[in-house]
Design a protein around this ligand. Structure first.
Ligand code: ADP
Ligand code: MG
Ligand code: ZN
Length: 627
């Protein structure tokens, strides 16, 4: 088996070798070849003998003699360190045995008497030079070659190629001097109109700086793109480069601090030196929060020193060059609140461009931009998909289209259909379908009632989003069922009543279990988590409680990532908050039970229908409900 694998390896390498045209590929191939060779040598030394031994049985010398005397042995090979022989075993099959050597002058006579063919190995006639070469020089050469390759790759990664060891530690910014085939333009960025508008001013400045200089206007030195992950900040920066058609230096904050301690500051210096030479140009620092964190935060240990030096150097460089030299610095971050204040001072990143999550129209546009790269069914209604993905980022939407494409291929279609997209919405948002998961019929019934509980409560309340789809096909996310509601239009504001109704809807699942089965399950844990969070936010952040009026009780410390909160009230107040949260939850729970009791018959009817169908649409649901 080991042998086969190696053969395959070698074939694969050969193929690579034939196909590679550019030197970079060839070097990589050489590298793989070396690796494969050394693996082979390793196997040769250690693995192969044991592999061969496996089919050979080891016996004692006396057994060997017994077998010779018994006439079972047909062939013997005397080797330097062992005796290998073939004998018929008890079952009458031929089997290879091996035994150790014992000084036994009578052996030859015995073998002759037993009429056994025997032979002795002729020592291989390899000259000492050849064996020296094979066992010493070749491995050394191999290691030397591998070391060389590694070293070359390392310097290349750090030094941007030319200059070898001398350019050690130069800035590893990637320079896009000319817009290539994969250049992005504003057309590739859907939605984000405000961000594009703010950035097109920069593009204009880079095209005709004189227009601005004549009036005496200073262009902003640094522009900070701020927004949640996946909203297209990196994409926008690349689009600016594509539009402006000037050199574009791109580096990620984390690259400044990788590899060697103490190189970060030097990298910044090199980067700006190069940028100054190439002006007009754009320097883009992605994920700037990696180096630009507040300097006072958690200042223990030497670890921060490195980052701090890098940041100081960056600040110094930004102050150092004149605004109208034509170097524009773009940076992007998900966590603006963690940035050092010095970075945001006038003359540094003095302009902020918010890049927010897309709204309904934006989502539709993003879906369409990405759909262009796929073969789509012309009948697809992107608006429906956009409405089902409220809160999704551009990256997630791109992923939804791609998942749809993968699904179409899996199902053997030649174009992506509406259904593919709807499925992939759930894939991306709720996890994969697990059609094969085994669930007992009883559990399925409970899940069915639970989901209809949600849907029925939602439908029986006014000011509540309509039900779009209910399914009891489990997801890999762990959810056993799923009720999807879709808002009719874009919603940015929610009334107190709407929020409360949402909490009631969340309570509907558990309420149905109670009413129908008289017992409760763990299935509501996610609902409980969500309703508690919402009830809490109503009181602590949205000023929706009578007791606390418009007092802010909790502050969101990180708006974009996770939304951590911190309390800013006394312990006594906190107790009161908890009481009010509990109150809301209890009211919601009671209301859900009341609604379901009123519609008990529909609850059963719908649940049975869902149990059979497994997935029903909002329209089917409404038809049964209204009839
Ligand atoms: P960020 O840097 O904000 O985290 P990216 O720019 O890396 O996000 O976006 C990731 C991917 O998501 C992009 O490559 C693109 O395919 C897609 N995307 C995000 N926003 C948009 C948008 N507004 N228009 C088109 N595609 C987008
Ligand atoms: Mg990014
Ligand atoms: Zn639920």
């Amino acid at each position: 088996m080991a042998d086969d694998k190696n053969k395959n390896n070698r074939k694969w390498n050969l193929n690579l070798n034939l196909n590679s045209e550019n030197p970079d590929n060839r070097r990589r191939t050489a590298y793989y070849l070396l690796m494969a060779l050394s693996v082979l040598m390793f196997l040769n030394y250690f693995a192969l003998p044991s592999y061969m031994n496996r089919s050979v049985e080891e016996v004692t010398y006396s057994t060997f003699l017994d077998q010779v005397n018994g006439g079972d042995v047909s062939e013997v090979k005397l080797e330097d360190t062992q005796i290998t022989f073939v004998a018929t075993d008890d079952a009458g099959d031929k089997q290879v045995y091996v035994t150790g050597i014992i000084e036994d002058p009578t052996l030859v006579t015995r073998l002759e008497e037993a009429d056994v063919t025997f032979s002795k190995d002729i020592p291989t006639e390899a000259s000492p030079i050849v064996s020296l070469l094979v066992s010493w020089v070749l491995p050394l050469l191999l290691f030397w070659g591998m070391g060389n390759l590694l070293a070359k790759q390392m310097t290349k990664r750090m030094g941007g190629g030319a200059g070898g060891a001398l350019s050690f530690g130069k800035s590893n910014a990637k320079v896009y001097v000319k817009a290539g085939d994969d250049a992005k333009t504003f057309k590739d960025v859907a939605g984000q109109d405000e961000a594009k508008e703010a950035l097109s001013e920069i593009v204009d400045y880079l095209h005709q700086p004189k227009k601005y200089q004549d009036i005496g206007a200073q262009n902003p030195k640094g522009i900070l793109l701020v927004g949640p992950p996946g909203t297209g900040k990196t994409l926008l920066a690349r689009a600016v480069a594509g539009e402006a058609d000037v050199p574009f230096f791109s580096i990620s904050g984390s690259e400044f601090v990788e590899m060697f301690v103490g190189r970060g500051a030097a990298k910044v210096r090199d980067l700006f030196k190069e940028a100054n030479e190439k002006a007009p140009c754009i320097v883009f620092i992605d994920e700037i929060d990696t180096i630009g964190k507040k300097r006072d935060s958690g200042g223990y240990g030497g670890g921060n020193d490195e980052r701090e030096q890098t940041l100081n150097q960056l600040l110094a460089e930004m102050d150092g060059f004149e605004a109208n030299k034509g170097v524009v610095i773009l940076a992007a971050t998900n966590r603006p609140e963690s940035l050092d204040a010095a970075l945001l001072r006038p003359g540094r990143f003095d302009r902020r461009v918010p890049v927010e999550l897309p709204d309904l129209a934006g989502r539709e546009a993003i879906l369409k931009v990405h759909a262009k790269k796929y073969k789509m069914d012309p009948a697809i209604d992107y608006n429906t998909i956009a409405r089902a993905t409220s809160g999704a980022s551009g990256a997630e939407l791109a992923n939804i289209i791609n998942e749809g494409g993968l699904r179409a291929v899996r199902e053997g279609r030649t174009s992506v259909t509406q259904n593919d997209l709807e499925e992939s919405v759930e894939t991306v948002i709720a996890g994969y379908q697990r059609k094969n998961a085994v669930i007992s019929p009883k559990e399925k019934e409970i899940v069915s009632y639970h989901e209809i509980g949600h849907a029925l409560v939602a439908a029986k309340q006014t000011e509540s989003a309509p039900v779009h789809k209910i399914t009891i096909i489990p997801r890999t996310s762990g959810a056993l069922g799923y009720t999807m509601q879709i808002e009719e239009g874009e919603k940015s504001l929610m009334t107190k009543q709407e929020l409360f109704n949402k909490i009631v809807t969340l309570a509907g699942g558990r309420a149905a279990e109670e009413i129908v089965f008289g017992s409760i399950t763990t299935g509501a844990s996610n609902d409980i988590e969500q309703m508690t969070r919402m009830a809490r936010a109503m009181i602590t952040r949205y000023g929706m409680s009578d007791t606390f009026d418009m007092m802010q009780i909790e502050t969101q410390t990180n708006k974009y990532l996770g939304g951590d909160t911190s309390m800013n009230v006394s312990a006594g107040m906190a107790e009161q908050v908890d009481r009010e949260v509990l109150d809301i939850i209890k009211q919601a729970h009671e209301k859900a039970i009341a609604i379901l009791n009123e519609n008990n018959q529909k609850l059963h009817e719908l649940s049975h229908y869902l149990l059979v169908e497994e997935t029903i649409t909002g329209a089917e649901f409404m038809k049964i409900l209204e009839n």
